[in-house]
Design a protein around this ligand. Structure first.
Ligand SMILES: Cc1cc2nc3c(=O)[nH]c(=O)nc-3n(C[C@H](O)[C@H](O)[C@H](O)COP(=O)(O)OP(=O)(O)OC[C@H]3O[C@@H](n4cnc5c(N)ncnc54)[C@H](O)[C@@H]3O)c2cc1C
Length: 440
């Protein structure tokens, strides 16, 4: 019987396990997960903290018992894979509850260990990061048990922004600091202005170019010389790859510790796959390497890998477009394509427009700012970014599909929206960006 071992039991790992079982009822499928839970919805965690998702059980899809009963998948929590030996097709596993170590052999190994949150070496028990349901429980319990009223959010990436908004909704006073003046790096920096506007409107304190120096009791000493008391600190400082179990093996890593894969997510060993945040590949629309540590990639990879293992053929992965969105209070900030600092590799042009999300005379019209970058030589779209209170995500989804099909900036004039006054305009903002590009 073919034995498939999966390292990590959340977005990529649990999905590939389910897909494999759907395609083959005979495989022995074993999932090792080093932490407490499998198959939870990471992306929903900030919204649970804010009370938007009131019921914690909505975030937890399966327990290990449920996976066994319903899908015949053996998922072992608190089991950490500590070493991979590709030559013996063997993993070493540590049971974190009793400390025992054992080995297990695979026919196919799928690595989906994700990344962990960076954190500062602070000497305090009031600092937290948010990566999984255990972190969420710890944050929730700390807030309840310590009568938390004032929280310092460190970092201004999308998770920090989501946490800030949700703790604000929870009724807590929030303060945000960020060590540079470049926030939410997915977006063009000038389009991030709405983040500051939203905080100003609510009198939320924030300071850029600010860092923590030390923490003494509840007092945080900042590198600027300021000091201020907080009940809690939440750090959102980016991620590092969970590669410890295989970084000293012959499995090839890139310079940043991620795993380069081929179009079927195979590593340099054909029986070892890497999916999700740990994998590195290429953009779909331009010839540049990239990593997109977001949920779509983990799910797409899981599907391709399951087909590659279980069926004779699988569709090759055609690459990432990097589509992403973050909600910050009333605003949506969203983009697709290469990042702003990758534009330098191209002879690019840019066209943008601001107009209402639907007919301006129809109640509730909100302005959207849409910006599209294109390659001046081929006219192909390189990147698009949109900000607005309504309808920004729809435009980026449409442009993602346009980019998937290698459309040019000029072809955006041909986009035919499903128009009625509550939904768009006879000349949608996407059309307008296309028309404006004609002179460029
Ligand atoms: C708070 C938060 C909000 C997010 N919001 C969004 C969003 O809105 N949109 C979006 O697209 N993405 C979002 N993401 C990112 C998304 O969740 C990840 O891209 C996705 O979970 C990656 O899947 P993965 O399988 O690679 O890693 P994970 O889902 O993180 O799973 C990896 C698992 O492997 C385990 N593991 C690691 N090493 C070992 C080992 N040696 N042995 C055993 N187990 C191991 C880890 O404990 C972990 O549980 C969010 C993430 C977080 C944390």
């Amino acid at each position: 019987m073919t034995h498939i071992i999966i390292v990590g039991g959340v977005a990529g790992g649990a999905t590939v396990a389910s897909q494999l079982r759907r395609l083959n009822s005979d495989y022995k499928i074993t999932v090792y997960e080093k932490d407490r839970d499998v198959t939870f919805a990471n992306c929903g965690l900030p919204y649970y903290l804010g009370g938007i998702i009131p019921d914690r059980s909505q975030l937890l899809n399966y327990t290990p018992e449920g996976l066994k009963e319903q899908k015949d998948i053996d998922a072992h929590v608190y089991h950490e894979v500590t070493h991979v030996d590709p030559s013996k097709k063997e993993v070493t596993v540590k049971n974190r509850e009793n400390g025992e170590t054992f080995t297990d052999n695979y026919d196919k190994l799928i690595l989906s260990p994700g990344c962990r949150a960076n954190s500062l070496p602070l000497d305090t028990d009031m600092a937290f990061t948010l990566r999984n349901l255990e972190d969420t429980d710890a944050i929730e319990n700390y807030i309840k048990q310590n009568n938390v009223k004032k929280v310092l959010i460190v970092g201004a990436g999308y998770i920090s922004l989501e946490v800030l908004e949700n703790l604000y909704h929870h009724g807590l006073e929030t303060v945000l600091i960020h060590r540079s003046d470049k926030v939410n790096k997915f977006m063009d920096q000038d389009m991030n202005q709405v983040i500051f506007d939203a905080m100003d409107e609510r009198k939320i304190d924030y300071r850029l170019n600010e860092e923590i120096d030390t923490v003494e009791g509840k007092t945080v000493h900042f590198k600027s010389g300021k000091q201020e008391d907080f009940d809690m600190i939440i750090e959102g400082l980016g991620i590092v790859p969970n590669n410890e179990s295989f970084k000293d093996t012959d499995i090839k890593l890139d310079d940043d510790g991620y795993v380069p894969v081929n179009a079927y997510f195979q590593t340099n060993f054909e029986d070892i796959y890497a999916i999700g945040d740990i994998a590195s590949y290429y953009y779909r629309h331009v010839d540049l390497p990239t990593r997109v540590p977001l949920a779509w990639g983990a799910h797409r990879a899981a599907s391709i890998v399951a087909q590659h293992i279980a069926l004779d053929s699988a569709p090759p992965f055609k690459g990432f477009l990097g589509a992403n969105a973050v909600k910050f209070f009333d605003y949506t900030l969203t983009s697709v394509g290469i990042s702003p600092n990758e534009l330098k590799h191209f002879n690019y042009g840019m066209t943008e427009n601001e107009q209402y999300n639907h007919a301006s005379y129809f109640p509730g019209a909100e302005r959207i700012h849409l910006r599209v970058y294109f390659d001046k030589d081929t006219r192909r779209i390189l990147r698009a970014a949109a900000v607005g209170k309504a309808g920004a995500d729809k435009r980026i989804d449409v442009l993602s599909m346009a980019m998937q099909n290698n459309m040019t900036i000029d072809e955006l004039t041909e986009f035919e929206p499903a128009y009625a006054p509550p939904y768009s305009s006879p000349k949608d903002i996407i059309n307008m960006v296309g028309y404006k590009a004609q002179s460029k």
